[in-house]
Design a protein around this ligand. Structure first.
Ligand code: URA
Length: 311
């Protein structure tokens, strides 16, 4: 039987409106080494480096997160075209991190374990830097269910493969269940931006987070397949009936960890294909590149609007 995690009593906060660490051990440590970022509290002045961060955008690919910082730097007028943004984590090849003004852009790799490790260190980084009023947005790609390819989905809540809105983890051999609801306010704000932009279809829906791209997402084209096309169609139709509009591989732990830290968060993913019709991602490179820019454009618009840079 899984344990629903209780609200932690021993919250460590950097100050009001800020990051909660549900870990009483951190404040007693002489040094905190953020190993996978190649950063630490003794070796780096994290408050000077990151204290002004208000928007954190995370996504799977290091190349895409560098493209995002270039885009937002130009949009905010903080970096002229052609600026080469240094990778703050260049001492490690695990994750890449870029910063311009109040925006931090960090890659997280593929899947729950990879984004989970990154988020532990990112949340501690924001805590040590005494950041406040931070918003974290995952920008990514996904498979759509019943949507035209290129649609953008804002996640209401992330579900597991059984359509349950929860993230389950084994801790000390016991199942711990965490809530995966995301901020309604933030979704409404992003939806308002999408309407003002009026450039692509944007919907709010539930997102199924799986541990695999092939069998875990009911594909027929993996190295293994233990079910029929009919089984697949029934499963995806049942997901659609449960309000699920897209499938990806990181949203559940992302929602759970941001929620447990008191950080407002959103997941903004573009659909590369309609899974009710196909399994293989067959659009041209140019089309996929344009699709992948859509979450960046929407989040860029949102950041500019929040900073009062929109007409
Ligand atoms: N990412 C996924 O996890 N699934 C897809 O179908 C496409 C992108």
């Amino acid at each position: 039987m899984a344990t629903q995690e209780k609200k932690p009593e021993n919250l460590q906060t950097s100050d009001e409106h800020s990051i909660h660490l549900s870990n009483p051990n951190i404040s007693g440590m002489k040094e905190d080494i953020l190993y996978h970022f190649n950063l630490g509290t003794k070796t780096h002045d994290l408050q000077t480096m990151f204290g002004d961060v208000k928007f954190v955008c995370v996504g799977g690919s290091p190349v895409r997160m560098k493209a995002f910082i270039t885009y937002i730097g130009e949009e905010l007028g903080l970096a002229p075209p052609g600026t080469d943004h240094p990778n703050i984590c260049e001492g490690t090849d695990r994750y890449a991190m870029y910063k311009i003004g109040p925006v931090l852009s960090v890659s997280h790799g593929m899947g729950v374990p990879s984004i989970g490790i990154m988020l532990h260190e990112l949340i501690k980084l924001l805590y040590h830097a005494r950041c406040s009023d931070v918003v974290i947005i995952r920008i990514g790609t996904c498979g759509g269910i019943g949507l035209e390819p290129g649609s953008v989905v804002l996640t209401r809540r992330a579900t597991d493969s059984c359509f349950k809105p929860q993230f389950e983890q084994i801790v000390l051999g016991k199942r711990i269940v965490r809530n995966t609801e995301l901020s309604d306010d933030l979704n409404q704000e992003l939806m308002e931006c999408a309407k003002e932009m009026n450039e692509f279809n944007t919907v709010i829906g539930n997102t199924m987070c799986t541990l695999d791209f092939y069998e875990g997402q009911a594909r027929l084209d993996g190295a293994f397949c233990s079910y029929t096309d009919k089984d697949k169609q029934e499963y995806l139709q049942a997901a659609y009936n449960a309000g699920i509009r897209n499938i990806e591989m990181e949203s559940s732990i992302f929602a759970a960890m941001c929620g447990a830290s008191g950080i407002k968060a959103a997941v903004v993913c573009v659909t590369l294909l309609n899974r009710l019709i196909e399994d293989q991602i067959s659009s041209s490179h140019e089309v996929l590149v344009e699709y992948q820019r859509r979450p960046q454009k929407l989040v860029g618009y949102f950041i500019k609007k929040r900073l009062g840079r929109k007409a």
